[in-house]
Write a protein that binds this ligand. Structure first.
Ligand code: SAM
Length: 286
């Protein structure tokens, strides 16, 4: 059979469907574009263009990886978040669209003026820190992660986005070494999957994403128990916080924040209608 663009795309799509990939047509197109070095417009306007042997081999290598359920973001080494195309590696969680709920909340909370200090605890690829830093040019942003490999990715992303000078990167345990009372806003998307549920996740997540970014302990709340006291300590009086949560965790995280003397004020749902963010401020008891 002629190995032209459209035939290669269809064969790849069928193989990915067979492998259980839930968006086989879309993924096949992205991998064909990347492997063959063609643009989407080429596939549409010149579908019978014949691929060279080198192009076929390159596409084949990518399709084999996707058949093994490696995520497209890891295969391509990039993932879209906010206005950026971020680099991702096996050391970081590929940023998720629902995390933009947290970013949107932060931007509503923090006006464009004023030199505020903002912390992103558990920065991973840097997604949250970068989005907030880009939208609030006056703010000073600190991005913290316990994983040096993740921080290196975040730093490379900041440089690539022209935000390297705007963000301080710190290898640390939930900001424990930062001075107390020094932040106007603290944001975090911690690991929140129950350990027992990790093996039930899609292979793309369970096999390829870092456990450190996913594992929330026996009840999924272990990271919040360590993180929320730090948030309470780091915020200046009146400072605000927002944490991302997993489905069904709003009540428990609200209670944990309250226990730490934070004053939770609300829950924000993502575009799918799932409660995704618990937010509030430093309470009177702190
Ligand atoms: C769910 S990922 C979030 C990554 C990124 N902020 C995002 O939203 O895409 C959680 C991050 O927390 C980091 N992390 C886990 N334990 C930590 C700790 N004790 N202190 C700081 N960061 C930690 C992980 O390395 C990981 O990058």
């Amino acid at each position: 059979m002629t190995q032209n663009l459209v035939a290669t795309w269809k064969a790849a799509r069928d193989r990915l469907r067979e492998a259980g990939v839930d968006t086989p047509a879309y993924d096949a197109r992205l991998l064909l574009e990347a492997g063959a070095g063609v643009a989407r417009a080429d596939i549409l306007t010149d579908p019978y263009r014949v691929l060279s042997a080198a192009q076929r081999d390159a596409v084949e290598r990518l399709i084999v990886r996707r058949e093994a359920r490696e995520p497209v973001s890891h295969i391509l080494g990039r993932k879209h978040f906010w206005t950026f195309e971020l680099r991702v590696t096996p050391d970081v969680l590929a940023p998720r669209p629902e995390t933009e709920t947290l970013v949107l909340w932060a931007l509503e909370r923090v006006g464009a003026g004023g030199g505020l200090r903002i912390a992103d605890l558990g920065a991973g690829s840097g997604a949250i820190a970068l989005a907030v830093a880009s939208e609030r040019p006056q703010a000073e942003v600190v991005a913290v992660d316990v994983s040096p490999a993740a921080l290196a990715v975040a730093q490379a992303n900041a440089e690539a986005c022209g935000l390297g000078a705007r963000i301080t990167f710190l290898e640390d345990d939930w900001g424990a070494s930062l001075p107390g009372g020094s932040f106007d806003l603290v944001l975090s998307n911690p690991p929140y999957v129950r350990t027992g549920a990790l093996s039930l996740l899609e292979p793309e997540v369970a096999r390829y994403e870092p456990r450190l970014a996913l594992d929330g302990g026996a009840d999924g709340l272990a990271a919040y128990r360590r993180l929320l006291p730090q948030i309470a300590r780091l915020l200046r009086p009146g400072g605000a916080f927002a944490v991302e949560i997993g489905q069904g965790q709003a009540e428990a995280v609200w209670a944990l924040a309250d226990e730490q003397g934070l004053a939770p004020e609300g829950v924000r749902a993502d575009l799918a209608g799932i409660d995704r963010v618990v937010f509030g401020r430093r309470g009177a008891r702190n």
